[in-house]
Design a protein around this ligand. Structure first.
Ligand code: PFF
Length: 447
């Protein structure tokens, strides 16, 4: 069993920042963000989203790291221990428990989509989209989803890759994996944005992302933006708390948060500037929703010069992005098992990974054999997504920030954040009022 002394650590500050950025940059940036922009009215959504990230996302991100770093344990024990030390009830451990359970549930369906990315990478490499028309591409996607065996194979492969990286440990797996994949991600994205600039659609794409149409703004857009700010920064899932537990005292949390948030946002916007030029240049629909990446883009890749290379690169990008996030989702569960059971790192990773893989099967069957199996009108896949993103994530995030802002000694927090009195006043305003009220507002609306 791991002891406090043997608790793993990141090997460097940069390694930590890259791993945290890897967690943040994922399917949420490359797949979800562009289609949400498409559905929610372009730049107006982007601006609201940026405000949510700055005012609510950053304080919660910093709070989760701060708690993890103080506890140096899995999220449940971290919360229990810090609450106890400060004379608060141990039930604060629930915040950690909801987080770990949330990560467990999210990874089960995240891996299914990670599998789609892998499958589409194969298709792109073998030129399977070439010459297909809109109907054929749409049908190909539907046929793919209708085959449980096919989905299972790709989900299994994706989960296997995730387990393989996480089993190698914090510095040797999570950190090394991110150090390899993140620069590759950046490079691929630059190539794709560069291609976008050569198409006739670049200006339209920029206008779409950066010219706000305020009439499109309503409560729904606001809710979607805040929900996505949570998801994209990997908040409320024990992930950032677990990552914080491997941190040393020398890291400035606010500075690290600034880097992670800037990189995450840049990746999302660049994904938009890679995808929308192709969409506009080919006269396709920017508001296609979830199918934007798996139907609209393949259609373009199958019909433009260089589409084979561009398509392969794009789906490699999507796969890497998914993988640097999925490893982070597995981590809190593994850390918990490592510390609370006799299992070693590898054993804990295999047990956690296989259990999540099994739940993922229920998720992938929602697209075919179990499409009629519904709970409260939702199939298993949608139910997992709904419960985690609408309830667990806001609750755990809220718990973390309320605890840091209201339950810890504020002098210590100020020292830890290395803030002067002005900076700390701003922090207090955001952490005590703005962020919690924002999350409560979303939570209330979800109810
Ligand atoms: N942030 C990742 C994304 O944008 O795809 C997804 C994610 C990873 C969510 C880790 C939650 C998490 F804990």
């Amino acid at each position: 069993m791991a002891t406090a002394q043997s608790h793993a650590q990141w090997s460097s500050r940069m390694g930590f920042v890259l791993a945290a950025t890897g967690s943040a940059v994922g399917l949420g940036n490359i797949w979800k963000f562009p289609y949400m922009v498409g559905q929610s009215g372009g730049a107006a959504f982007v601006l609201v989203y940026l405000a949510c990230i700055a005012l609510i996302g950053v304080p919660i991100l910093v709070s989760e790291w701060l708690l993890g770093r103080r506890g140096q344990k899995n999220p449940i024990n971290t919360m229990a221990q810090i609450a106890h030390q400060h004379g608060h009830h141990r039930s604060w451990a629930l915040v950690g428990a909801i987080g770990v359970l949330g990560a467990f549930l999210i990874l089960s369906f995240y891996s299914v989509i990670g599998g789609w990315a892998l499958a589409y990478m194969r298709d792109a490499i073998f030129g399977s989209f070439s010459g297909l028309d809109k109907t054929a591409i749409g049908t190909a996607f539907e046929t793919f989803l209708a085959q449980p065996g096919e989905l299972l194979a790709w989900h299994s492969l994706f989960m296997l890759l995730t387990i393989g990286v996480v089993a190698m440990g914090v510095a040797g797996g999570l950190e090394r994996g991110s150090k390899l994949m993140m620069p590759a991600l950046g490079l691929i994205l630059i190539v794709l944005v560069g291609y976008g600039a050569t198409t006739g659609g670049f200006g339209d794409a920029a206008a779409y992302l950066f010219n706000p149409d305020w009439t499109k703004l309503d409560g729904k857009v606001l809710l979607a933006a805040l929900g996505h700010a949570f998801f994209t920064l990997s908040l409320g899932m024990g992930v950032m708390m677990a990552y914080g537990s491997y941190l040393g005292e020398d890291v400035n949390l606010l500075r690290a948060a600034r880097t992670v948030v800037i990189m995450d946002t840049t990746f999302a916007l660049c994904a938009g500037m890679a995808i929308f030029p192709i969409v506009f240049a080919n006269g396709l629909d920017p508001a296609a929703g979830p199918g934007l990446v798996f139907v609209t883009l393949p259609l373009a890749f199958g019909n433009i010069t260089g589409g084979l290379l561009l398509g392969s690169l794009f789906f490699l990008l999507l796969t890497f992005a998914a993988l640097t996030s999925s490893i982070s989702l597995l981590e809190p569960v593994v850390e918990l098992l490592e510390e609370r059971t006799p299992l070693n790192r590898i054993g804990a990773t295999v047990v956690a990974g296989l259990t999540i893989w099994a739940l993922g099967i229920a998720a992938l069957l929602s697209f075919n054999l179990w499409s009629e199996v519904k709970f409260a009108g939702l199939n298993v896949f949608d139910l997992l997504d709904y419960v985690t993103s609408k309830f667990m994530l806001p609750l755990a995030g809220l718990g973390a920030i309320v605890f840091v802002a209201w339950k810890l000694k504020q002098d210590d927090v100020q020292r830890e954040l290395q803030l002067g009195s002005g900076g700390f006043a701003l922090w207090t305003l955001l952490a005590r009022y703005v962020a919690p009220i924002g999350v409560l507002f979303v939570f209330w609306n979800n109810l």
